[in-house]
Design a protein around this ligand. Sequence first.
Ligand SMILES: Nc1nc2c(ncn2[C@@H]2O[C@H](COP(=O)(O)OP(=O)(O)OP(=O)(O)O)[C@@H](O)[C@H]2O)c(=O)[nH]1
Ligand SMILES: [Mg+2]
Ligand SMILES: [Zn+2]
Length: 393
Amino acid sequence: MSSASELGKFETETAMEGTVLRSHAGGYLVYQPELDINLFCQARGRLKKEQVSIFTGDRVRLEEVDLPSAKAVIANILERENLLSRPPVANVDQVIIVQAVHQPDWIPLVCDRYLVHFQLETGSSLPILCFNKSDLASEEDKKSLRSIYEPLGYLVTIVSAHDGEGMARLVNLLLGKVTVFAGPSGVGKSSLLNCLQPELRLKIGIMENDFGVGRHTTTYSELYRVPSEKLILFGAEDTRPTWIADTPGFGLSELKHPEPLDLGWQFPEITKLAVDCKFADCTHLVEQGCNVITNLESIEPSRYENYSIMVKESQSEKSILRDTSKKVESAVKTVGGRHNKAVLIPRLNGRQRSKSKNTERQQLKNAPHEEDEEGTEEETDITGDTTQQAEET
Ligand SMILES: Nc1nc2c(ncn2[C@@H]2O[C@H](COP(=O)(O)OP(=O)(O)OP(=O)(O)O)[C@@H](O)[C@H]2O)c(=O)[nH]1
Ligand SMILES: [Mg+2]
Ligand SMILES: [Zn+2]
């Protein structure tokens, strides 16, 4: 990469474009390909005022490029091809889900949760599965991982950032693409980038024991361009620009929560069988005439178990939501419906309600008799709305 001072004064009349590598000190680090330099950029005031979000991977139009200080202003964001919500990276060609075979031990349910999340995120393409730390894995481990996922159409790479095993195949998958490395913390996402490009010296977790691998060592998403000479070292046959986003490991609570009936479509083996189920809204869990249940022996047991767990979770989330909204409905009421100005306000209990003028008059008329506790009263609530309601006893 050239340094700004080497390039001297650069004619900046022509519009320049760049790629956002990451947020940086309240601004952004942007790579400009023609100059082959990184520029520290601030967003134009208008973008800030309009609260326009700028993400790693966004392509932007640059103005006021000042080479000596390597600074510029982001004038606009160019149209995005796509945007992942978690991790937030724009213009992504593919996602590689990185997991460790051991340290931390591979967990099938976690793997399937990540697959579902990224399939929902990307809509079309199947994510690639990358199992790292193969130096800690037995041949049996590797065979069993492949045997679960390859027959379903997933690309499986088994690699070691420590001894370089499998890296040539991984590099060929990366070539010419913008790839996001995503997955749990401590599985070696940053280590894989360091393996490809040792000069990056990315911070990696400290291996404390088999389980306590550094928690969230990487704290922000950053896009790195892998130089072609590095790719060639790993046997790449061409030199197309290759980008990798290293991202922080993220927790299960941040994964997408699909609807129960959408989950079947995220499991290719269930989708294939579901076309012959008796009911269109089959959950494939208990129904009579379910073609998935009839052919259960053709599905890898851990996959069906994970599918069932996710569907049941999603069903119970939905029923909790329904119950909560029922409780909310009975605890609030709508007032003032005109001009879309209806608002929800809490219903008051008897003790908190003030008596309406009519009720007060009625009570004076009836005095000195005791107030009839079973009677009705008009309730005036804090908004001044009057409603007829049975008095609570
Ligand atoms: N044995 C072995 N250990 C590895 C390998 N790759 C990474 N590690 C170790 O795993 C630990 C975590 O690696 P990181 O690269 O920080 O993991 P990460 O996925 O980037 O983690 P976060 O940034 O927290 O999301 C470090 O102690 C690495 O040395 C590998 O191929 N084999
Ligand atoms: Mg990391
Ligand atoms: Zn079914």
